[in-house]
Design a binder for this molecule. Structure first.
Ligand SMILES: [Zn+2]
Length: 394
């Protein structure tokens, strides 16, 4: 990886691609002129340009569900963990950039490590995608384990949701059902009133909310409560799916994260029995995604990457194609739709004049074969700076 030529204001450069897929259409043999951190123009070439003609340019992709601060074998004492993981997890954002993901929405961290990481990346002190973060995800933990993310009842939910935003979170994250790692149960953990309290708290402060539900029961309440995105949910009934489509609530199925858990069950010390449950969940997750896509639900691409999954962030695209999308529709989900979910549709997710210069060069035609976008990322620019470059000597 070659690190960044500093993009100064007024600094201008042109990049010549074999083709540019701008988020909506393909232009062959085109140049993208970049001025400072944004795109000045996309169109016919004139004057000198960096030769990237063997590549197709696509917009920087957006992974709307990561846990960038999750690392394995973290032996730091609990109180110090939030600070330590920013150091321990620094390969995660770096590997994410390698996949052509230049923006993430990070959905849950301890000790506000996500806020620190977001700000360090924004200040140029760490290498990684720009981050939108959620602080602590709200959880209705049973028993006596009271942590900063514990919230029972609508009043407490309201208070804890507001506390995340006060701490500097961009989003609110709520866990409305069980299900995580080898546990694929999807038992609802919050009532409709509690979910509604979280949605209202976020919206009243001008923020958005992502809600986790593995199962259909909480998913129904999440949709009814008007959340901005629903994460993971399987086995949703037709009414809930229709309501998702009508309410334009983004569905982020995160099918690939259970593939990661199944592939790595030994590393993660899951018993062999976990495999069957994970694979069954994957099957139901894909089937639900297929139904939702056919019903006109709006999707965004989320990997739910944790631990050593960074670098595999865009494998979800393959599942989206399996769920019935064309490669172009899957890429739209990972770019245009991700930007819309983040409220950044005027500056991210497309290659057009005035947009941030987040550009990914892939070798081949990603609209013909989605694996090109997954496996053949050769060069990445983020806000006008080259952050990945594997073009030399190839
Ligand atoms: Zn997650």
């Amino acid at each position: 990886m070659a690190l960044a030529i500093l993009a100064l204001p007024g600094w201008c450069a042109s990049y010549h691609f074999g083709a540019v897929w701008d988020g909506h259409r393909t232009v062959r043999d085109a140049c993208i002129a970049v001025e400072g951190d944004h795109i000045q123009s996309v169109g016919p070439c004139s004057g000198p340009a960096t030769d990237l003609t063997r590549y197709t340019a696509i917009p920087g992709m957006i992974d709307v569900h990561t846990h960038m601060t999750y690392v394995l074998g973290n032996n730091v004492t609990r109180a110090g963990r939030g600070a330590a993981v920013v150091f321990l997890a620094q390969e995660n954002p770096r590997k994410t950039l390698e996949t052509g993901v230049t923006t993430v929405r990070d959905l849950g961290a301890q000790g506000y490590a996500d806020i620190a990481m977001r700000d360090l990346i924004a200040a140029g002190k760490m290498v990684g995608p720009r981050m939108f973060v959620a602080g602590y995800g709200l959880q209705n933990t049973r028993g006596t384990d009271v942590t900063p993310n514990t919230a029972h009842g609508p009043a407490e939910v309201d208070k804890v949701a507001r506390a995340q935003i006060a701490a500097g979170a961009d989003w609110v994250k709520m866990y409305a059902s069980t299900g995580s790692g080898q546990d694929v149960s999807g038992t609802a953990t919050y009532s409709f009133d509690e979910i509604k309290a979280a949605v209202d708290a976020a919206h009243s402060l001008g923020k958005r909310i992502a809600i986790h539900s593995y199962g259909p029961e909480a998913a129904r309440d999440v949709v009814r409560a008007g959340a901005d995105s629903l994460e993971h949910a399987t086995d949703m009934d037709n009414d809930t799916i229709a309501e998702l489509a009508r309410g334009k609530i983004f569905y982020v199925p995160t099918i690939d994260h259970n593939r990661y858990y199944a592939d790595n069950y030994q590393l993660l010390r899951y018993p062999p029995e976990a495999l069957e449950k994970l694979n069954d969940f994957i099957r139901r997750n894909l089937e639900t995604a297929r139904k939702a896509f056919a019903a006109g639900v709006t999707f965004a691409m989320g990997s739910d990457a944790v631990y050593t999954m960074f670098g595999e962030n865009t494998r979800e695209l393959g599942w989206l194609v399996k769920a019935g999308m064309t490669p172009e529709q899957a890429l739209t989900v990972a770019t245009v739709n991700g930007a819309a979910l983040l409220g950044m549709e005027k500056s991210l997710g497309a290659l057009d004049q005035g947009y941030l210069a987040d550009i990914v060069a892939v070798e081949g035609d990603p609209l013909a074969d989605i694996q090109v976008a997954i496996q053949k990322v050769r060069w990445v620019m983020k806000a006008g700076q080259v952050v990945v470059n594997h073009t030399a000597g190839k």
